[in-house]
Every structure is written in C-alpha cells, then in structure tokens.
Ligand binder design. Structure first.
Ligand code: T3D
Length: 269
C-alpha cells in the first residue's frame, strides 16, 4: 500500500495507522480533480487494508501551513455570458462520495488540522470521527463569500455539533473560527499547541490502532444512525450491534483481561 505513487496526496501506513496527507501546499491543499481521484483511490485502499487487518485507524492531515482551502477556485472563473457551471456535478461526483466513504470506513478517522480549514476543507475535517486542531488553525465556512451554501455535509453536521444559532452564524458570516473556540463550542474534539499536534494525534492514533476495531466501527455506525431514527429504533440497532460485538474475539479478550487484571490485547475483530 505504501508503494503507491500519488501527486496530490501522500498515503503512508505504519503500525496499523494510515496517514493521508493532502499535498498541494502551494494551493493550501485545495481540492483539484487529481486530488479528488486520488482521495477516492486512497480511501478504497484504506478500506481494503482494514479488511486485511493492516489498517486500524486513518489520520487525515495537510502538508505545509494549511489543512485544506476547499475547492480549488483557479478554474472556476465564469466569464460574462458563459453558461453557468453545474456545481451540483462536483458535489455528486466528488464531495458526496468522499464524505460518505469517510463516514463508512470501518476504522476511526482522525483529522489532524494543522492550519486553516476552509470551505469543503473545513467540512472534510468535520466528516472525520475525531478532530484535533493546532492552536493556530481555524475553520472557515467560506462558501458565503462565493454565494454558495456549505457543502460536504456542512449543513448537516454544523447544527448538530454547535446548534442552529452558531451554525448559521458560521455559515452566513463566514468568519474564521479559531481552533480554541471551535473546541470550546464542541465543534472539534481538542485544540492543542502547534508543536504538539502531531505527537498528540500519534498518541491517540496508536491507542486506537491497538483497540477493538470492530467495536469502534459499530459505534460509528450506531452514532450516525441515531440522528435519523427514533429512540425505539435506535435501541433495536444497539441490540443488534451489541449482539455482533458479543461474538467478537475482542469482547472475549476484553472480559478476560479485566478479570485477569491485565491490559487487553485486541486483535480488531
Ligand atoms: O466549485 C465547486 O465545484 C463547488 C464546490 C465548492 C466547495 C468549496 O470548497 S467552495 C469554497 C472554496 N474555498 C474558499 O473559498 C477558500 C478560499 N481561500 C481563502 O479564503 C483563503 O485563502 C484562506 C482563508 C483559506 C487562507 O487565507 P490566507 O490569507 O492564509 O492565505 P491566502 O493568501 O488567501 O492564500 C495563499 C495562496 O493560496 C494564494 O495564492 P498566491 O496568491 O500565493 O498565489 C491563494 O490564492 C491560494 N488559495 C487559497 N485558497 C485557494 C487558493 N487557490 C485556489 N483555490 C483555493 N480555494
């Protein structure tokens, strides 16, 4: 998996942790067609790695001073009189599959937000399961500056994470939200000092890579399903997923380790 050659991203795997780096630093890691295609391929590789047992967590980060500045706008100029581009196509072809693929990955996905995350770049981070951000990083729902609406799930995730008042404030004003404020509002998991970001993320990723991967995958699935169904249906889902967990080697090991007063050795299934 690590031998794969990419142009706009990098993908490395070590000790069960796949690290996907958005790698167009001169454009603040904005998405272009190549990056979209490579991301799709890389996430597919991570899913295969999970099935083979070689990947148990994914970390997404950015090269250089930014996390991601959203869609690359350099080819989006619309000349007077020209036909308007169908932006719905980019959503359908790229952003929707990207967000759904990240959400569906059966491993925990960590965003290590090393710098500014704007537009679809901000919402890419928020599509990850755990968001750690450097203190100097910020989140910008930049869409309103272009006359657009938040995409990549922004209109879904923002009100759920921070409530409608703050979600609308972020979307309509497009101000930079500093990482510290984002953590205080519950938009992200943690804000850490810049120099510590990757070490803190590595620690969390290492912990998750040694954890009960199947249990994590089913936890993700249950949490996501919860926003679309009533309590009784959610309790039924918990019953079914709990049944699946109960048959896992990791459950057996977790209970044995507890009873023997030792650390568990989870195998991920
Ligand atoms: O189009 C569709 O298909 C629909 C889908 C849309 C999804 C979206 O993501 S829409 C939102 C697109 N993104 C933005 O609107 C953000 C644009 N960028 C910014 O607002 C700012 O650059 C930042 C807030 C991200 C960072 O500001 P700052 O001051 O730190 O950096 P800067 O000086 O603005 O940018 C540095 C360079 O990166 C600069 O190039 P230069 O002058 O050094 O040659 C700038 O043009 C370039 N850059 C930044 N963002 C983009 C970009 N180039 C192309 N596309 C970008 N999105």
């Amino acid at each position: 998996m690590t031998g794969e050659q990419f142009q706009a991203i990098r993908l490395e795997v070590e000790a069960g942790v796949a690290t996907l780096t958005l790698n167009r630093p001169d454009r603040l890691n904005a998405f272009d067609e190549t990056m979209h295609a490579e991301l799709r391929h890389a996430i597919g590789m991570v899913a295969k790695g999970r099935a083979a047992g070689s990947v148990r967590v994914l970390v997404v980060t950015g090269a250089g001073r930014a996390f991601c500045a959203g869609q690359d706008l350099s080819d989006r100029t619309v000349l007077p009189g020209a036909t308007a581009p169908d932006l719905g196509l980019t959503i359908e072809r790229h952003y929707k599959p990207l967000v759904l693929a990240l959400r569906a990955l059966e491993v925990p996905v960590i965003a290590a937000v090393n710098g500014v995350a704007a537009g679809a770049g901000a919402n890419l981070a928020l599509a990850c399961d755990l968001v750690f951000a450097a203190r100097s990083a910020s989140f910008v729902q930049a869409f309103c500056k272009l006359g657009l609406i938040p995409d990549s799930g922004g209109t879904w995730v923002l009100p759920r994470l921070v409530g409608p008042a703050r979600a609308l404030g972020l979307a309509l004003l497009g101000d930079r939200l500093p990482a510290e404020q984002a953590a205080a509002w519950g938009l992200i998991w943690r804000c850490v000092d810049d120099g510590e970001l990757m070490a803190v993320v590595a620690q969390a990723a290492g912990q998750l890579a040694q954890g009960p991967t199947l249990g994590y995958a089913l936890t993700k699935r249950a949490m996501l399903a919860g926003s679309g169904q009533d309590l009784a249906a959610q309790l039924d889902l918990e019953r079914d997923l709990m049944r699946e967990c109960g048959r896992s080697d990791d459950y057996r090991e977790g209970v044995a380790a507890f009873m023997e007063k030792r650390s568990p050795r989870f195998v991920g299934h």
